[in-house]
Design a protein around this ligand. Structure first.
Ligand SMILES: NC(=O)c1ccc[n+]([C@@H]2O[C@H](COP(=O)([O-])OP(=O)(O)OC[C@H]3O[C@@H](n4cnc5c(N)ncnc54)[C@H](OP(=O)(O)O)[C@@H]3O)[C@@H](O)[C@H]2O)c1
Length: 235
């Protein structure tokens, strides 16, 4: 596991109550960071944060529905008022609709756009300006190789399109931010979570490893890249 550069002290993880998000909270906490475990459901989020706190980690819960810009801005305001400066933002919350293009309901497509793309749009707008002001920051967009356009058609339809768009957002925010704020995307692999299923080959620990690594990049680390297993992959 990487060691936190002294500049990155606090991380916020969306969808932190289960799966890769929960494991990223655990790994970042173990690396010595203060962790904001953000989740849309207060009961599930609080229970997850308490479990990590009992393991001796510094974790606080914040209610955050990434599809709701007001919810994201309210969370940022609460943290600001509490003096919590988010140095690393992990956009992990995601949904995985599996329908093909012709059987995809409009509502399903909209939902995927709202969670997988607009979620990161809202959080980047709420938290990256503070990173720019303070001259330190890391953004990790949890994407997927299924959104890559280099050697495959993004799929399944809604998932592939929204992860491809999340990759585009990664490049846009990276280009808009100064070099002190590093913005990258990651494919965690096919991971054993509720989304990935019990037959997936990759453990949740391994799946979260590159996420944690990117959140803790040193000051001379990359920005505007797409990574799997700590290595660059094509968009
Ligand atoms: N598992 C894989 O094989 C795999 C592969 C490639 C990429 N990924 C990506 O990795 C990320 C995490 O996946 P996972 O496997 O850990 O999935 P998961 O177990 O299904 O967890 C998804 C998380 O996203 C949260 N979420 C969904 N909608 C939300 C919203 N509107 N606001 C806030 N949180 C919301 C869920 O919260 P609730 O508990 O409240 O529903 C849950 O915490 C996703 O972005 C996924 O696309 C996963």
């Amino acid at each position: 596991m990487s060691h936190a550069p002294h500049t990155i002290r606090t991380a916020l993880v969306t969808g932190g109550n289960r799966g890769i998000g929960l494991e990223a909270c655990r790994q970042l906490g173990r690396a010595g960071l203060d962790v904001v475990l953000a989740a849309r459901d207060p009961e599930r989020g609080r229970a997850a944060a308490e479990r990590l706190t009992r393991q001796g980690l510094s974790v606080r819960f914040e209610q955050l529905d990434v599809t709701d810009g007001d919810s994201v801005r309210a969370c940022a305001k609460r943290l600001d008022a509490a003096g919590v400066e988010v140095d690393a933002l992990v956009n992990n919350a995601g949904v995985y609709p599996t329908e093909g293009f012709f059987s995809l309901a409009e509502e399903t497509m909209r939902r995927a756009v709202d969670v997988n793309l607009m979620g990161a749009f809202h959080t980047c707008r709420a938290f990256v300006p503070g990173m720019v002001r303070r001259g330190r920051g890391r953004v990790v967009n949890v994407s997927s190789g299924l959104g890559a356009m280099t050697d495959n058609v993004p799929s399944p339809a809604a998932y592939g399109i929204t992860k491809a768009a999340l990759n585009a957002l990664t490049l846009v925010v990276s280009a808009a931010a100064p070099p002190s704020v590093k913005v990258n995307a990651v494919c965690p692999g096919w991971v054993r979570t509720d989304m990935g299923g019990s037959w997936a080959p990759t453990s949740v620990e391994k799946g979260a490893d590159t996420v944690t690594w990117l959140a803790l990049l040193p000051d001379d680390g990359p920005s505007g890249g797409f990574f799997r297993d700590r290595r660059r992959i094509p968009w």
